[in-house]
Design a protein around this ligand. Structure first.
Ligand code: FAD
Length: 486
C-alpha cells in the first residue's frame, strides 16, 4: 500500500455527527481514505458503562450515523471490547497512517486517550485530538488569577472574556472510502435495545435520535420556544425548553452549532442575542460547560462530595424510600409525576429534576449517589459531568451548590410551577379526580378522591425538620460554607 492510500481512522465517540466534526474534517483534509470507527467499550476500568436508556439512544444514534455515512459512500465499522486494545489492533490491521478523534472529558477517557496517544506515537502513527464537544476547553476558562472558576457566575464572565466560540464547521462534501472495508460487527448483535420487556417502547414517540433529529429539534426550538424560554422554562407542562440534552450528550449536535445558530436567529429576528431569553438559553448551555470543567478539575466528582464534610451526613440506607421514589410511588404528586415521566420517556424536565432530587436527598435523606445512579440508568441524556455536578448541587455538597438548608417544599413547588396540574395529571392519572386546590396535597382533600394513590411516604414538615437537624450535625464548617453560598 503506498503512503497516500494508507487510511486515516476517525474514532467516533461522543460526536455522532458529520457537521462541525473537526476530527472528521481533518481526516478528510488529508486526502487519504477515511475509515469511520465506533467501539462499544464496556471494559475500560473506571468508566460508567452506558445505562439502559443511553443504550437505547446509542443504538438509534449509531443507526442514524451509519445512514448518513452511507449517503457519502462511507461506512461505519463497529467493534466492541476494550477500546484501547481494539483501536491499536485496528490501526495495525488497516495499516492506518493516522488516528483522529474528538476529545472526551470523563476521567477514565482522559487517562486512556493519553496512554493511547503515546502508544501511537511510539508506533509511528500520527494521532491528533480535537474539540467537538465544548464551546471552550476546560483549561482555557480561567479567573483573572489564572485559576479555574469555582462558581458558575465567574465561569460565565471568564468564558465571555474569551470572545465568541470558534465558528462551526460544515459536513464534508465527500469522504473518500477505503477500497476494501474491514469487517464490522452488526449493530443489532449488540442488543442495545431492551427486549422482554421492551420498557423503552414509549421512547420512539418522543425522540428522534441522530444528527437530522438534533438539527430539526434546534430549528423547532428557535422558531417556537426561544422567545418565551426565560419565563417559561420552569413550567414543565409548557413545551418551552429545547430538549437538546441527549443530542448534545451523544454529540449529534455541537454546542458551537447551537450557540451560533441562536445568535444568528436573534440577529435575523432583529433581537439582541445577549439579553432576555436568548442570553438565558446560552447561559444554560454554559452550565453544561461549567459541569464539564468541574469534572475535569475534580475527577472524583461522580462519587465523592466536593465538600468533604458532607461525607459524614447520616444518610438513611433503608431500601424502601429509594424504591418508592424510583417507582414514582412516594405519594407526593409532583415527585411521582417526574419519576414516571423519567421512566416512560427517558427524560425529566429540569425544574422537576431539582424537586425530585431535593426530595430524595433532603426529605428522605437518601444519599445523593443513589439518585445519581438511578438517573444514570434511566435518563437518555445521562451525562457523567452534568449528572454528578447537578446532584452535588442539589445535595449542597458541590461547587456553587444550593445551600443545604434551602429545602424545596414539593407542594409549594407544584402549586407554583404546575398550578393547573396539567403535567402532574398527565403522569399520575390516579389524581385525575382531585380538584386543583388539593392536587399537590391530595391527603387534605375531602372524600378521598384518589383511592388508588399512596399516602405520602413522609410527613413533609417532619422530613424538613429532620433534614435540617442532620445538616446541623455536620458542624460549623458545613454551615459556614452553606451560609457563604446563600
Ligand atoms: P434546556 O433548558 O433547553 O437547556 C439547553 C441545554 O443546556 C441542555 O440541553 C443542557 O445541555 C444544558 N443545561 C441546561 N441546564 C443545565 C444544568 N442545570 N446543568 C448542566 N447543563 C444544563 N443534564 C444532562 O444533560 N445530563 C444529566 O445527566 C443531567 N442530570 C441532572 C440531574 C439533576 C439532579 C438535575 C437537577 C439536573 C440534571 N441535568 C442533567 C441538567 C438539566 O436538568 C438538563 O440538562 C435539562 O433538563 C435538559 O433539558 P433541555 O435540553 O430541554 O434543557
Amino acid at each position: 500500500m503506498c503512503v497516500s492510500e494508507k487510511p486515516v481512522i476517525v474514532w467516533f465517540r461522543q460526536d455522532l455527527r458529520l457537521s462541525d466534526n473537526p476530527a472528521l474534517a481533518a481526516a478528510v483534509a488529508t486526502g487519504a481514505p477515511v475509515i469511520p470507527l465506533f467501539v462499544l467499550d464496556e471494559e475500560t476500568p473506571g468508566q460508567w458503562a452506558h445505562g439502559g436508556a443511553s443504550r437505547w439512544w446509542l443504538h438509534e444514534s449509531l443507526a442514524a450515523l451509519q445512514h448518513s455515512l452511507q449517503q457519502q459512500d462511507a461506512s461505519l465499522v463497529l467493534r466492541h471490547g476494550n477500546a484501547a486494545g481494539i483501536i491499536r489492533t485496528f490501526a495495525a490491521e488497516t495499516e492506518a497512517r493516522a488516528v483522529f478523534w474528538n476529545r472526551c472529558y470523563e476521567p477514565y477517557a482522559i487517562q486512556r486517550d493519553k496512554a493511547l496517544k503515546s502508544a501511537f506515537k511510539d508506533d509511528g502513527i500520527e494521532v491528533e485530538s480535537f474539540n467537538a464537544g465544548l464551546l471552550f476547553e476546560p483549561w482555557e476558562v480561567k479567573t483573572k488569577s489564572g485559576t479555574p472558576p469555582k462558581v458558575y457566575s465567574s465561569y460565565w464572565r471568564a468564558m465571555r472574556l474569551l470572545g465568541d466560540p470558534a465558528p462551526e464547521g460544515p459536513a464534508p462534501d465527500q469522504i473518500l472510502p477505503v477500497k476494501v472495508l474491514p469487517p464490522s460487527e452488526r449493530l443489532e448483535d449488540w442488543k442495545l435495545q431492551p427486549r422482554n420487556p421492551d420498557w423503552a417502547s414509549g421512547f420512539s414517540a418522543c425522540w428522534h435520535p441522530g444528527e437530522d433529529g438534533a438539527q430539526a429539534q434546534l430549528d423547532w426550538f428557535l422558531e417556537n420556544a426561544l422567545e418565551d424560554y426565560r419565563n417559561g422554562r420552569d413550567f414543565p407542562a409548557q413545551p418551552l425548553v429545547s430538549r437538546l440534552s441527549p443530542h448534545l450528550h451523544f454529540g449529534e449536535i455541537g454546542p458551537r452549532q447551537i450557540w451560533h445558530r441562536t445568535v444568528a436567529h436573534c440577529i435575523q429576528s432583529g433581537d439582541e442575542p445577549f439579553s432576555g431569553s436568548a442570553e438565558h438559553f446560552l447561559k444554560e448551555l454554559t452550565w453544561r460547560e461549567f459541569s464539564t470543567a468541574q469534572l475535569f478539575h475534580n475527577p472524583d466528582l461522580p462519587h465523592a462530595c466536593l465538600r468533604p464534610e458532607y461525607e459524614h451526613f447520616p444518610w438513611d440506607r433503608a431500601e424502601k424510600p429509594l424504591h418508592a421514589w424510583q417507582r414514582g410511588m412516594t405519594g407526593i404528586p409532583i415527585v411521582d409525576a417526574g419519576m414516571r415521566e423519567l421512566w416512560q420517556t427517558g427524560y425529566m424536565h429540569n425544574r422537576v429534576r431539582m424537586i425530585c432530587a431535593s426530595f430524595l436527598v433532603k426529605h428522605l435523606m437518601v444519599d445523593w449517589r443513589a439518585g445519581e445512579a438511578w438517573f444514570w440508568d434511566t435518563l437518555v441524556d445521562a451525562d457523567l459531568a452534568n449528572n454528578a455536578a447537578s446532584w452535588q448541587w442539589v445535595a449542597g455538597s458541590g461547587a456553587d451548590a444550593a445551600p443545604y438548608f434551602r429545602i424545596f417544599n414539593p407542594v409549594l413547588q407544584g402549586e407554583k410551577f404546575d398550578k393547573a396540574g396539567e403535567y402532574t395529571r398527565r403522569w399520575v392519572p390516579e389524581l385525575s379526580n382531585v380538584p386543583n386546590r388539593y392536587l399537590h396535597k391530595p391527603w387534605d382533600a375531602p372524600g378521598n378522591p384518589a383511592p388508588d394513590y399512596p399516602p405520602p411516604i413522609v410527613d413533609l414538615a417532619f422530613g424538613r425538620v429532620r433534614a435540617l437537624a442532620a445538616f446541623k450535625s455536620l458542624g460549623d464548617e458545613a454551615q459556614a460554607n452553606a451560609a457563604k453560598c446563600a
